[in-house]
Write a protein that binds this ligand. Sequence first.
Ligand SMILES: Nc1nc2c(ncn2[C@@H]2O[C@H](COP(=O)(O)OP(=O)(O)OP(=O)(O)O)[C@@H](O)[C@H]2O)c(=O)[nH]1
Ligand SMILES: [Mg+2]
Length: 243
Amino acid sequence: MRSPHLHQGIRAFGRAQQGYATKAQHDAIFANPRSAGFLAAALTEASVPTLQGIPEVVVTGRANAGKSTLLNAILGRKDLVLSSSKPGRTKSLNFFRVGPDPGKLILVDAPGYGSRGRPEWGQLFSHYLGSRKELRRVYILFNAKHGINAADKLMLEDLNAQALGGGLPWTLQAIITKSDTVSTRELATVLPKLQKTIFEVAPTCLPPIVTASLKHPLFGVTEVRKSIAEACGLLKVDANLLH
Ligand SMILES: Nc1nc2c(ncn2[C@@H]2O[C@H](COP(=O)(O)OP(=O)(O)OP(=O)(O)O)[C@@H](O)[C@H]2O)c(=O)[nH]1
Ligand SMILES: [Mg+2]
């Protein structure tokens, strides 16, 4: 059982990220799961699609961290994004549209890094990060049970340096996945440690959102949706709420 305090804490964090947006705006963006669609799979730099300036976010993380499963939960779909219990399932940069054509925003799934990752996937991802003008946020996922290893630290350091470099305007945020696989007690110990490590390695990284995205009740997915909408500049501030 998760503690109500954890729920409250995460909700409060979610609110803080929304920039005082109204609920209706956020609901409208992800309201119709059937209108979402697969757009393209890129295996090479040349095959990264041109998508007419629609804002975009991408997920990264170790193989098997839960990237594809989280994207399905965000889209409100069961298997639009292919996932697997076997690490190394996603082998290309996969682009998904949210909303009817041409889409309100684009979600990008990426191959996992670490022992199951391949160098060419890393090269494609680096090129994408350094050149994608539409990219608004990079989400880095960590499995609550497995924590942060050397490969994660390298990736975090690299992303932090790129975010600081100021080349392109994307921001970085962490997501702790599979929170349903650890007890509330464990989570209470693990979370502050993860947060501390993330901040030490990547000071520009926005505070983590905790999720469980495989089975209902889903957890933290609403917060991730709001974060995405905010990063993509799709939430307008309600002036009444600022006073
Ligand atoms: N219990 C639980 N299992 C999850 C969760 N998210 C993903 N999984 C499982 O973890 C495994 C890997 O999920 P994927 O979404 O394919 O992971 P990925 O990061 O996309 O993996 P690669 O594409 O191989 O890098 C699958 O068996 C999922 O069902 C979660 O929140 N809770
Ligand atoms: Mg995947």
